[in-house]
Ligand binder design. Sequence first.
Ligand SMILES: [Cu+2]
Length: 276
Amino acid sequence: MAIALILVLIAVGSVLFHVLSPWWWTPIASNWGYIDNTIIITFWITGVVFVAVVLFMAYCLFRFRHQEGRRAAYEPENKRLEWWLTIITGVGVAAMLAPGLFVWKQFVTVPEGASVIEIVGQQWQWSYRLPGKDGRLGTSDIRNVSSDNPLGLNPSDPHGQDDVVVEGGELHLPVGKPVKVLLRSLDVVHDFYVPEFRAKMDMVPGAVTYFWFTPTRTGTFEALCAELCGVGHPQMRGSVVVENESDYQAWLEQQPTFVRSSAGLGPKVESPRLTD
Ligand SMILES: [Cu+2]
C-alpha cells in the first residue's frame, strides 16, 4: 500500500517537476525550431508512457494486494493483449523516430547560397576561418600545420590567400544569412556546440564534417565543446557574435588575411595551452 502511494507520488512529482522546473532550453537563436519540436514530441510520448506504466504498477499493487485466501490465476498467453501492446508500442516508437528523420534530411541539406566558414578544434581552443573577398575557402592539409600556419592552409592555393584566420578569438557571423560550417579537428574528437543554435556536430581528425544554420537574432553566444576531449575540455569555450551585416563587414575588414599573417604582418595571438 505504501509503495503504491510512493509510485503515485513519483509520477505526479515527475510531471510537476517538468512543468514547474526553471531549467529549460536557452531561448533559440537559429532556424532549428524543428529540432525543439521533435524533442517536445519525444518528451510527450515518453512522459505519457512513463506516467501510464507507473500508475498501472501502483494500481496493480493496490488491486491485487495480499488477502487471506486469495490465489493468483496463471495465464501464460493473451493474444489480444499482446497485439494491443505490440501495436501501441510500434506506433509510439515510430512517432518518436519519424520526425527526427524529416529534421535530419533538412539538417544535411544545405540551402543554395549559404556562405561557407570553417571551425577547427584543437586541444583546447577553437579557431575559425572565413573566406575573404573571393568568397571561397582555400584548401588545407594537416601536413602544412606550423606555428605560422596553425590551420594548415595550402600556401599555393590562390583561394586561400585572402582567407581570414581567427585563432582563439571570437567568431562573428551576420544575422539572417544561412551559413555552412565545415568542421575539422587537429588532434582528437571535439564537438562545436552553441546551445542557442541547437545545431552541433562532432569534428573528427582526418575528416571534414559539417552542419548548417541561420542565426536569427543578434547577440553574443557562448560556444562549448560537447565531446570530452582531455583535461582542458571544460575550458574549451568560445564566443560567437551575431550582428548585422555592416557590423560584420567592419569586423571582417579588421581581421588579418592568411597572406598577411603568414608574412608576420597580422596581430599574432598566442595559443593558450594547458598543462596538467
Ligand atoms: Cu574539445
